[in-house]
Design a protein around this ligand. Structure first.
Ligand code: NAD
Length: 496
């Protein structure tokens, strides 16, 4: 059976005793095994990254950027292969995988601007013959820990920028779909990255805990579920590391009575069910304002959902694929059961999708639940499946209160034709990423990505300008070159 190992100091290695099965979620069959790195393997990777750091730190940013230009070309040349790897292990349809890869490549493009991004700040004559400047120096060895749902994009939120900033990197991808991530790292090696600058260790908690506690790791970026994000942030911080830990979500869309309902339905279909709802920005709750809007929304959704097709990744006519594991499939079905038991109405039921030829796959069909209320477990918790819940309210204020009271604050959207309402909403809503008639407001690579409340632990968002700040430390130098022959007097007053 195909075994997936680690990339350490430019070499593929498989040193582990412990292995974990990797599934094709469409068939339910084990397709590969991934090695789970023990402590010693992670320490080898850290040592390689530590050894590579001094030379990489001193490599001019322009030369570091040139590696990223070549990397971008290789990603584009090999995009079909990468999307196939994603499809085989994650299950998302090839057009969806291509979109994820493209958003990852955009982060590489941003990283290509390293010379500009690292220019620093300069002030002449801050005092007599004194100039001052701030520069942004790399931190050293930094680590990234990533989730299963974007095996190409989320790692590329992290390592391209960290590396062009002069750091060396240890990446710990999800053990559930590790192949595309490892292959992407190999492409960066092929693009000319010196050995040891990017290392990949596959593994689970054992590997992660080394990254969180080893003194040689200076910063940790994490993306995953909230309980783990909270643990990562607390442990990394307690061990003196800079940390940004992005967590889970429950993204609400407000559907106002004046919204273009057909447009809202089209947008909701893609945002709720695309990638089987396994996106941290998936819209999983539609808050309909007024009974008329709610009835129209539910009726139109019900009709439109009849045309959705669920299936295997390589068939481009499919709208979305399976969820990641059998356990997760059962968990999603459990949430639908609990909503029903709590008194909500399952309007479109995806609990038994019955995909011909893929009877053992981890499929859940698109599901619409009406009459959901804030007290229900299915409303409070992240489902991470193809389930859209409808909450009915009377006013926009009520809708906003619901969102602001929720534990998560990752993304949200309002569907309306009223500019004043939209402006009020974006100004007052307690959520980090806001869409106005845009269902998945994932910031472009030259902005930064991050939620509020328990969707992000830390101060700086991922990638973009915040990413540059996260992966560098500011140093401010104040310099005097006195004119020859001028001697400074003694002063005990604070310099001013
Ligand atoms: P997860 O939290 O289970 O795993 C994420 C990473 O943490 C993996 O690499 C995993 O190996 C590691 N991990 C798991 N358990 C651990 C433990 N006990 N100790 C140390 N490390 C551990 O998340 P997932 O299921 O892979 O991904 C889905 C979750 O990620 C969802 O909650 C989703 O909302 C979230 N997510 C958030 C964002 C965001 O930007 N906020 C983006 C993508 C996904």
């Amino acid at each position: 059976m195909n075994t997936i190992g680690h990339l350490i100091n430019g070499q593929l290695v498989t040193t582990s005793q412990r292995m974990q099965d990797v599934y094709n979620p469409a068939t339910g069959e084990v397709s590969k095994q991934v090695a789970l790195a023990p402590k010693e393997t992670v320490e080898d990777a850290i040592a390689a990254a530590q050894a590579a750091f001094p030379a990489w730190r001193d490599t001019p940013p322009l030369k570091r950027a040139r590696v990223m230009f070549r990397f971008k070309e290789l990603l584009e040349q090999n995009s079909d292969k990468i999307c196939q790897m994603i499809g085989e292990e994650h299950g998302k349809i090839c057009h969806d995988a291509a979109g994820e890869l493209q958003r990852g490549i955009e982060n590489v493009e941003y990283a290509c601007g390293a010379p500009e991004l690292l220019k620093g700040e300069f002030s002449k004559n801050v005092g007599p013959n004194i100039d001052s400047w701030s520069e942004f120096q790399p931190l050293g060895v930094v680590a990234g820990i990533t989730p299963f749902n974007f095996p190409a994009m989320v790692p590329m939120w992290m390592f391209p920028l960290a590396i062009v900033c002069g750091n060396t990197f240890i990446l710990k991808p999800s053990e559930r779909d590790p192949s595309s991530t490892l292959y992407i790292a190999q492409l960066l090696q092929e693009a000319g990255l010196p050995e040891g600058v990017l290392n990949v260790v596959n593994g689970d908690k054992e590997a992660v805990d080394v990254l969180l506690t080893d003194d040689r790791i200076k910063a940790v970026s994490f993306v995953g579920s909230t309980p783990i994000a909270e643990y990562i942030y607390a442990t990394a911080s307690a061990n003196g590391k800079r940390c940004q830990a992005l967590g889970g979500a429950k993204n609400h869309a407000i559907v106002m009575p004046d919204a273009d309902m057909d447009n809202a339905v089209n947008q909701l279909l893609g945002a709720a069910f695309g990638s089987s709802g396994e996106r941290c920005m998936a819209l999983s709750v539609a808050v309909a304002v007024g009974e008329e809007a709610a009835d129209a929304l539910v009726a139109k959704m019900q009709t439109a959902m009849k045309n959705l097709t669920v299936g295997e990744y390589s068939d481009k006519t499919n709208d979305f694929g399976p969820v990641i594991t059998r356990d997760h499939q059962q968990k999603v079905v459990g949430y639908i059961n609990s909503a029903e038991a709590d008194g909500a109405k399952v309007v479109v039921d995806g609990r038994e999708p019955n995909i011909s030829g893929y009877e053992n796959g981890f499929f859940v069909g698109a599901t619409l639940i009406d009459g959901v209320t804030a007290g229900m477990q299915s409303y409070k918790e992240e489902i991470f499946g193809p389930v859209l819940q409808v909450v009915r309210v009377n006013t926009m204020e009520e809708a906003m209160q619901l969102i602001n009271d929720h534990e998560y604050g990752n993304g949200t959207c309002i569907f309306t034709r009223d500019g004043e309402a939209a402006r009020y909403f974006s100004n007052h809503i307690q959520v980090g990423m806001v869409g106005i008639n845009v269902p998945l407001p994932v910031p472009v690579a030259y902005h930064s990505f991050g939620g509020w409340k328990r969707s992000l632990f830390g101060d700086l968002h991922a990638y973009g300008p915040d990413g540059v700040r996260f992966y560098t430390k500011r140093k401010t130098i104040t310099q005097r070159w006195p004119s020859s022959g001028v001697r400074e007097g003694v002063s005990f007053a604070f310099p001013s």
